[in-house]
Design a protein around this ligand. Structure first.
Ligand code: ADP
Ligand code: MG
Length: 338
């Protein structure tokens, strides 16, 4: 009788242990396949995140915090005391900035040099004048554009260690690289957590972290829908297009990508350029640079940065670089691939 009781206790203990082990294993499994999705506003755009893994909750919070910090401490032209604000306020002088900001400005200057100035962060005075996207735009006087055009020259920006100096007449604008910089910064944040995979979209720039994902390319004629998809494997993708921010006056459309040679919105046969490569900053800068340079002149620049691209033209034709031909799929019958 005592023996039978002991045996029953033993069996119960084994069942309890097994239940605990199964519970722990399945908790671990549920946690590791846990996906947290969020949508919020930062850097003047909509951010959407989808993060999977044990630390998805904590990583999701860290991503939101990091984006606000990045804008306020480093990149914003308008937030008082950000690195960019201080560089512009103290033009003509060395301004001490974070190590990261100095590195980003340096990386942007390299792309300015490689694009022969088609991409130039010293368009700041001109973008302030045009103020496209503010809702209060007017076409500036030709003489004003001409005067401020003289301030555009990336060669006048000097970086030494962690200080940045611009010419006394200049202002910088990191608007063309901010979202890509965010993608790079978020990749580093995600790596600090137990995150299996993630997709983070910062306006027109998307980070695909540790996974493959299909990313839609916006139809410039209908920005609510896609004209194609591209399969991205653990890289970044960025689009610049004339439909993103623009205003209309005197029957003409003025978009937000300026030609540093004329001071006016670029006149081009392109509607958008999408660039895919490892670095978020490079993608973002290159998409702007290629939009300014046009299709043919862009090809060597893309090759130099090991980047691929999708060009959408105003006659509804699409050109795709060789390296992503197999990953590209046209989804709209309104377009043709060249
Ligand atoms: P978005 O910011 O809409 O994603 P882009 O990455 O192409 O689009 O950046 C465009 C922004 O970059 C403009 O709104 C302006 O602030 C700035 N900009 C405009 N023209 C240039 C240029 N030629 N070089 C560098 N920055 C530019
Ligand atoms: Mg850009």
């Amino acid at each position: 009788m005592v023996k039978a009781k002991k045996k029953a206790i033993c069996v119960a203990a084994i069942i309890l242990c097994a239940a605990i082990v199964i519970g722990l294993v399945s908790y671990d499994f549920i946690k590791s396949s846990n996906t947290v999705e969020s949508t919020f506003l930062a850097m003047g755009t909509v951010i959407t995140t989808s993060i999977s893994g044990k630390d998805a909750d904590a990583a999701s919070e860290a991503v939101e915090e990091a984006l606000l910090g990045l804008e306020n401490a480093c990149l914003s032209r308008r937030v008082e005391d950000s690195d960019v604000w201080r560089i512009n306020q103290n033009s003509g002088n060395d301004v001490s900035v974070s190590r990261e900001t100095a590195a980003w400005v340096g990386q942007a200057l390299d792309i300015s040099a490689d694009s022969d100035g088609a991409f130039d962060i010293t368009v700041g005075k001109l973008t302030q004048l045009w103020n496209i996207g503010s809702g209060e735009e007017t076409v500036p006087k030709k003489a004003e554009v001409k005067k401020l055009l003289e301030t555009v020259d990336y060669k006048k920006v000097a970086i030494s260690n962690t200080s940045v100096k611009i010419d006394s007449e200049q202002a910088i604008d990191l608007g063309a690289v901010g979202k890509g910089i965010a993608c790079d910064a978020l990749r580093d944040i995600l790596a600090q957590f137990d995150v299996k995979e993630a997709v983070v979209s910062v306006g027109g720039s998307v980070l695909i972290y540790n996974q493959k994902a299909s990313v839609g390319i916006v139809d410039p004629n209908n920005s609510q829908s896609h004209l194609a998809t591209v399969e991205i494997d653990n890289q970044c993708i960025s689009t610049s297009g004339d439909y993103e921010r623009f205003f209309e006056a005197n029957g003409k459309t003025y978009h937000h990508i300026l030609d540093p040679e004329t001071g006016y919105p670029v006149v081009t046969d392109l509607r958008s350029v999408t660039v895919i490569c490892d670095s978020g900053l490079d993608c973002d800068a290159l998409s702007t640079a290629c939009f300014v340079m046009g299709y043919r002149a862009s090809l060597d620049l893309l090759q130099k940065y090991d980047a691929e691209a999708v060009f959408v033209f105003d006659n509804n034709s699409v050109s795709v670089t060789d390296g992503i031909k197999d990953d590209f799929k046209l989804t709209s019958s309104n377009y043709t691939v060249e």
